[in-house]
Design a protein around this ligand. Structure first.
Ligand SMILES: Nc1cc(-c2ccc3ccn(Cc4ccc(CN5CCCC5)cc4)c3c2)n[nH]1
Length: 229
């Protein structure tokens, strides 16, 4: 999988070299490149923003640098890459979308700042490639970088070979539409709190049943809407 990120804070993504994805990058499974949007400007101040037409607070990101930066990545015709634009107005990011992103060969992330990116950038690239506006959640961040980091981590860990034990990807929250069951490890008793006895029973059928019951109970308590309730 090839991942390109366009941002005015490319150094923000150097942390990816350290984390889980660092191994994936070294092994060539995931190739991540962060591009500085200002490299696609040509004025002395490397300007990427301007005042909004129609008035309003803040600044909007100019379309020209984005056009030059994204064309520099996908060329100037149609592209099979998927352009992902984090936005408060996007579709909510979910594990299902993480799975869809993980199946892509080439992801291009456009990290906006200020009050967002001129709408014509999305409108233009929608004529040449698939474009998805994705929201990390119902709150406003200062830009797209944190959202892109989360999406890269959530999708990257689903790329075959990135996570050592693929088993661990199956039994996690949201994989089966339910929240995860509680986990325990040694010691069997800690500060007067004991591990549920079923987990020490060695009865794998009973353990699986107990875990599923815990998932249902927790989901009903914390996220009833996931049960359609
Ligand atoms: N899930 C999630 C994603 C984001 C996100 C993603 C990209 C950008 C780029 C800039 N911003 C800051 C920002 C500030 C104010 C407004 C609201 N203004 C009202 C009128 C015009 C716009 C929008 C956006 C982002 C925020 N936030 N939350």
């Amino acid at each position: 999988m090839r991942v390109d990120i366009v941002t005015i804070f490319p150094e923000f993504f150097s942390v990816l070299d350290l984390s889980l994805l660092g191994k994936a990058r070294q092994s060539g499974l995931i190739e991540v490149t962060a591009h500085d949007l200002r490299d696609a400007t040509h004025d002395r101040h490397r300007t990427v923003d301007d005042t909004p037409y129609g008035g309003g607070a803040g600044m909007v990101m100019k379309p020209e640098p984005w056009g030059e930066a994204i064309d520099g990545i996908v060329g100037d015709g149609a592209s099979d890459a998927l352009l992902v634009v984090p936005s408060p107005a996007g579709e909510p990011f979910t594990q299902q979308i993480a799975r869809e992103l993980a199946a892509e060969q080439h992801l291009v992330f456009a990290c906006g700042r200020y009050e967002g990116i001129d709408q014509r950038v999305v409108d233009h690239y929608a004529t040449r490639m698939r474009v998805r506006l994705i929201s990390l959640g119902d709150y406003v961040l200062n830009g797209g970088e944190v959202a892109v980091m989360a999406m890269i981590e959530a999708a990257g860990r689903l790329v075959p070979g990135v996570v050592g034990n693929p088993e661990s990807l199956v039994e996690e929250s949201h994989e089966d539409g339910l929240l995860e069951y509680p986990s325990y490890t040694k010691p069997a008793s800690w500060r007067g709190l004991d591990v549920p006895p079923v987990l020490l029973s060695g009865n794998h059928g009973a353990i699986a049943a107990w875990r599923h019951e815990q998932q249902i109970e927790r989901t009903r308590r914390v996220r009833p809407e996931l049960l359609g309730e």
